[in-house]
Design a protein. Structure first.
Length: 66
């Protein structure tokens, strides 16, 4: 759990550096924001790294300073 700063985050799917990260259907795992499903307050953070696989992996995310 983090309120602000750079933290590791589990994500699934392909993520590019700079993508906004939101929660996914899997508990404890985030995913890249799909613009059509945006709701106010849904963003967890912004990806500081890219991930090019579709499985679950860990990337660094900045939280609280978007």
């Amino acid at each position: 759990m983090a309120l602000t700063g750079r933290v590791p985050c589990k994500v699934k799917g392909v993520v590019a550096k700079g993508d906004l990260i939101v929660s996914s259907q899997t508990a404890g795992v985030g995913m890249k924001l799909q613009q059509e499903s945006y709701n106010v307050g849904c963003v967890i953070g912004k990806a500081l790294e890219s991930k090019d696989t579709t499985d679950v992996g860990v990337i660094e995310v900045v939280v609280g300073r978007l």
